[in-house]
Design a protein around this ligand. Structure first.
Ligand SMILES: *Cc1c(COP(=O)(O)O)cnc(C)c1O
Length: 361
C-alpha cells in the first residue's frame, strides 16, 4: 500500500488519521451489531447513539445554550444559500449581506433568485476580494446579516465577527467551523458543509437559534423547512448516516485528543504562522491576501510566473504534497491547512518550498 501523503486539499480534505483507523477497525462489525454503520437502520439504537453524541459534542465544543438547535442536513452549504432566505427572510423585509468572494456572492444570488430583497452592505470586490471589509454599517431593520467567516478560495478570514447591533448574524462557516472558539450568542444561524473541517461530504451542520424558527413560513416544501428537521431531530427522512458517524468521531478527536477549541486554535495558528512566515521571508513567494485578513485555514500564494506555479504543483505532488493548486477560478497556489493537517505536513511543505525557490529562483 502507498504511504499516506501530505494532503492540502481544500475540500473534501484531510481527516485525522486516528479517525480513519477507528472507522476501519469497526467497519465490519459496528459495536457488536454484526453490521457496518453503513448498514444499520437510522432508526436503530446504534445510529441513535451516534447522532445523539455528535449533537451533544457540537453543543459542548461550541458552548451552545438551549436556545440553539443542532441539525445535520444534506445538500451542502450551497442548499443553505437557498434555505436561509426562503425560511428566514420574510416578505417585505430585507437582509444585509457582505460580499467577500465566490461563496458569499453565491449566497447573495440565491436570495435574489427568490425575489428576496438583499442589500450588499459591504464588499471587497474593489481589491479582488483580498481583504475583509471593516466598519460596516448594517441596516437597523435588516432581517439578518450574512457573512462568510472564512473565504476558502481567496484565503481571507474574519479575525473577529462584526457587531451588527443586535441583528441576527448568519454565517457560512464551511471552511473554519471548529477551528477556533467564538461567542455564539450573536448568531441566528451558523452553517457548514462537513467536508472541510468536520468530516466527509454529504452532511451539512446547521445551528439555528430558537427565535429564528418562528419566521419559517408555513407553506414551504417539507424538505426545505428548518422546522421539519428540528422537530424530527434531523431524522425526518434518512440522514447521511455515515457522514454523521464520521463527524461524531472527528468531534470526539477534537475534544478528547486535541482538547477542544482553544488548543485547536493554537495548533492552527502555529501552522499558519510558520507558513506565512516562510512566504513573507522569501522573495520568491507572494501571499495574495492582505496581512490582517489572512486565513488561518487556506493559505493562498503566487510564484513569479504561472509556468513556475504549474511546475511547483507538479513537483510538490511528486514529493508527496498534494492539493496545492489554487481554485480554478483564481489560479495560483493554495495550501489548505484545516484542523486535521499536521504541523509535520506544514513543515514538509515549507521545506519543499525553500528547495523549489532555491532551484528555480
Ligand atoms: C466549500 C464551500 C461552500 C460550498 O459547499 P458545498 O457543501 O459544496 O455546497 C460554501 N461556502 C464555503 C465558505 C465553502 O468553503
Amino acid at each position: 500500500m502507498k504511504e499516506r501523503i501530505h494532503n492540502f486539499n481544500a475540500g473534501p480534505a484531510a481527516l485525522p488519521l486516528s479517525v480513519l483507523e477507528e472507522i476501519q477497525t469497526g467497519f465490519l462489525n459496528f459495536k457488536g451489531s454484526g453490521m457496518s454503520i453503513a448498514e444499520v437502520s437510522h432508526r436503530s439504537k446504534w445510529f441513535d447513539e451516534v447522532i445523539e453524541d455528535a449533537t451533544a459534542r457540537v453543543r459542548r465544543i461550541l458552548k451552545l445554550d438551549d436556545h440553539f438547535h443542532v441539525l445535520f442536513l444534506q445538500g451542502g452549504a450551497s442548499l443553505q444559500f437557498c434555505m436561509i432566505p426562503m425560511n428566514l427572510l420574510p416578505e417585505g423585509r430585507s437582509a444585509d449581506y457582505v460580499n467577500t468572494g465566490t461563496w458569499a456572492n453565491k449566497a447573495i444570488k440565491e436570495a435574489g433568485i427568490q425575489g428576496k430583497e438583499v442589500k450588499v452592505v459591504a464588499s471587497s470586490e474593489d481589491k479582488n476580494f483580498s481583504y475583509i471589509p471593516k466598519e460596516i454599517s448594517f441596516s437597523p431593520d435588516a432581517a439578518y446579516a450574512h457573512i462568510t467567516s472564512n473565504n476558502t478560495i481567496k484565503g481571507t478570514q474574519w479575525a473577529s465577527f462584526p457587531n451588527t447591533g443586535g441583528i441576527p448574524l448568519i454565517c457560512d462557516m464551511s471552511s473554519d467551523i471548529m477551528s477556533r472558539p467564538f461567542d455564539p450568542s450573536p448568531f441566528g444561524l451558523i452553517y457548514a458543509g462537513a467536508q472541510k473541517n468536520l468530516g466527509p461530504a454529504g452532511a451539512t451542520l446547521v445551528i439555528i437559534r430558537e427565535d429564528m424558527l418562528e419566521r419559517v413560513p408555513k407553506g414551504l416544501p417539507t424538505m426545505l423547512k428548518y422546522t421539519t428537521f428540528m422537530e424530527k431531530n434531523s431524522m425526518y427522512n434518512t440522514p447521511p448516516c455515515f457522514a454523521v458517524y464520521t463527524i461524531q468521531l472527528v468531534l470526539k478527536w477534537l475534544e478528547d485528543t486535541i482538547g477542544g477549541l482553544e488548543t485547536m486554535e493554537k495548533a492552527n495558528r502555529e501552522k499558519a504562522d510558520l507558513l506565512y512566515q516562510a512566504i513573507d521571508e522569501s522573495e520568491y513567494y507572494r501571499g495574495t491576501a492582505e496581512k490582517e485578513s489572512r486565513s488561518v485555514m487556506n493559505v493562498t500564494f503566487r510564484l513569479p510566473s504561472e509556468d513556475l506555479e504549474k511546475q511547483f504543483v507538479q513537483q510538490a505532488q511528486e514529493h508527496g504534497l498534494v492539493g496545492l493548486k489554487g481554485h480554478r477560478s483564481v489560479g495560483g497556489c493554495r495550501a489548505s491547512i484545516y484542523n486535521a493537517t499536521t504541523l509535520e505536513a506544514v513543515k514538509a511543505l515549507i521545506g519543499f518550498m525553500e528547495e523549489f525557490a532555491r532551484k528555480n529562483g
